[in-house]
Ligand binder design. Structure first.
Ligand code: F6P
Length: 550
């Protein structure tokens, strides 16, 4: 498949020219010129209220971005994904995470597979198993019910369930706790297991390939801990270990009964897999009904993405706006700022989604890209971020577009000390204030008019004109979490489609894995020379061997 260079298109050049025309126009001016802007540059999708009015875009910008999406064939590519075409060309695979949340009978048949039938069969198996654990019918080797579930996985086999479990804290069944072990740093598994009782612990080994070094190493460590702790033989494994994987052979080789395996398929990318069996820990924690609501949230946004015209299509529009800053304003990153402690892991989750998907330098046909690709996402929950890095957002020299996420209702609302509003009101007043100040700032004249020492005035000027998207929802429900994830998945898709890159492979992570495998025996040896190594790595290995104290 040959990709045309989108940066050579008229649509792209029109945007370059347009950016020059509006580069000096401020958000203050845009709002003054268009009093309806704040109410009209809004999209409502499912439960989400998405305000994109505080962006450095005019109606003409949106028209030109829509033309760019048309030129790049974004909607045709979207349709090819939903239809199950092999759009992941380098791995010759379909990309069908949308089928994981489609109603029964509504996913395409792919390569002879009854996708919908298989998806719903696994969901039913997950549901039955989850209920067994939740109701205490699933017993460990000593006959005790399960109180703790440990998901062992990494990347997409960790970040998704870990993020969603935390987000859905309010829905977790009392008496059940999930833990997430990912890092091959022994501190991770050790610190987690130290708090647990082997008799009441269930391990979910989650790995698409079941070949990931970190996951298998941690799973073996957990298995040793279990058998030592129970003082029992291998037969205890069947009661305390289940697997989530696409690879039954490797699951069996590890010693897990494949009857206790929950499958998924090669057309689910790791970073798109929390809505597959990879979400098993979440389903155990919140129950199959809540999990179904979670999938329903994805589905609401999928349906919108699949049908809404580009100019009203929230994920397409937000993806295009992200690209507008990174490719036409030279922005280096996007901050994601959830005003919700329960969404604390959402920025980390999105980092894998966007950076592993779109951190690519060649187009699908192998030719080099000619524009910056792959937005860098980062962030922390508000209000913590305000007291840490917001100074740079407000007065620094870099343009950092930001997404603010907030909710109308909190599960845990408490009164404030001065009796004005509640803590949730206080949290949200911070969100609204920040986006307002970022957009409109405060001028030198306004500051001087307050009687400020003239020498200090320049230091207090708030330049404003710093763009934000605000995404609001009534409450952080399972459905809303699904809606938010799908909203970002399809933004990432849109950007990849414009850049002409494959968002669904990740070859860049392979070489490091291979070389770590080659270096392990070199490092572990006492005296073998660090042969064939560059002088820097060789010196580091010698230093490491000298310092490790064994
Ligand atoms: O190393 C990258 C990666 O392949 C991710 O894409 C994936 O989510 C993660 O490793 C874990 O892979 P697996 O689920 O196969 O263990």
């Amino acid at each position: 498949m040959s990709e045309s260079d989108i940066t050579a298109s008229t649509a792209w050049r029109d945007l370059v020219d347009h950016q020059r025309e509006i580069a000096d126009t401020t958000l203050r001016e845009l709002f003054a010129a268009d009093p309806q802007r704040g109410a009209e540059f809004v999209l409502e999708v499912g439960d989400l209220y998405i305000d994109y009015s505080k962006h450095r875009v005019t109606r003409e910008t949106l028209r030109l971005l829509t033309a760019l999406a048309d030129e790049a064939g974004v909607t045709a590519r979207r349709d090819a994904m939903f239809a199950g075409e092999h759009i992941n060309a380098t791995e010759d695979r379909a990309v069908l995470h949308t089928a994981l949340r489609a109603p029964s009978g509504r996913a395409p048949e792919v390569d002879g597979q009854d996708v919908s039938g298989d998806v719903h069969a696994v969901l039913a198996k997950m549901g039955a198993f989850s209920e067994e654990v939740r109701e205490g019918r699933w017993r460990g080797a000593t006959g005790e019910a399960i109180t703790d579930v440990v998901n062992i996985g990494i990347g997409g086999s960790d970040l998704g369930p870990a993020m969603v479990y935390k987000a859905l804290r309010a829905y977790v069944q009392p008496g059940l706790t999930c833990h997430f072990v990912s890092n091959v740093d022994p501190a991770d598994v050790t610190a987690t297991l130290a708090r647990l009782n082997p008799a009441t612990t269930l391990f979910i080994v989650a790995s698409k390939t079941f070949g990931t070094q970190e996951t298998l190493t941690n799973a073996h460590a957990a298995k040793r801990w279990l058998l030592d702790g129970l003082g029992s033989g291998e037969e205890a494994v069947a009661k305390h270990f289940v697997a989530v994987s696409t690879n039954a052979e490797r699951v069996a080789a590890f010693g897990i009964d494949t009857a206790n395996m929950f499958g998924f398929w090669d057309w689910v990318g790791g970073r798109y897999s929390v809505d597959s069996a990879i979400g098993l820990s979440v389903m155990i924690a919140v129950g199959p009904e809540r999990f179904a609501e979670f999938l329903g949230g994805f589905r609401a946004v999928d349906e919108h993405f699949a049908t809404a015209p580009i100019e009203q299509n929230a994920p397409i529009l937000l993806g295009l706006i992200g690209l507008w800053y990174s490719d036409f304003f030279g922005a280096q990153s996007r901050a994601v700022l959830p005003y919700s402690q329960d969404l604390a892991r959402f920025p980390a989750y999105l980092q894998q989604l966007t950076m592993e998907s779109n951190g690519k330098s060649v187009r699908i046909d192998g030719t080099p890209v000619t524009a910056a690709t792959g937005e860098i996402f980062w962030g922390e929950p508000g209000t913590n971020g305000q007291h840490a890095f917001f100074q740079l957002l407000h007065q620094g020299t870099r343009l950092v577009p930001a997404d603010f996420l907030g909710f109308a209702q909190s599960t845990d609302d408490l009164p404030t000390t001065d009796g004005v509003g509640t803590m949730q009101d206080l949290l949200m007043s911070n969100l609204f204030a920040q986006t307002k100040v970022l957009a409109f700032g405060k001028t030198a004249d306004e500051i001087a008019a307050e009687g400020t020492n003239p020498a200090v005035v320049p230091h207090k000027v708030m330049p404003g004109n710093r763009p934000t998207t605000t995404i609001l929802a009534p409450k952080l429900t399972p459905s809303v979490v699904g809606q938010l994830i799908a909203l970002y998945e399809h933004q990432v898709f849109t950007e990849a489609a414009v850049w002409g890159i494959n968002a669904f492979d990740q070859w860049g992570v392979e070489l490091g894995k291979v070389q770590a495998g080659e270096l392990l025996p070199v490092i572990a040896a006492e005296d073998a020379p660090a042969a064939d190594l560059d002088s820097s790595t060789a010196a580091q290995v010698r230093w490491y061997r000298g310092q490790r104290g064994r």
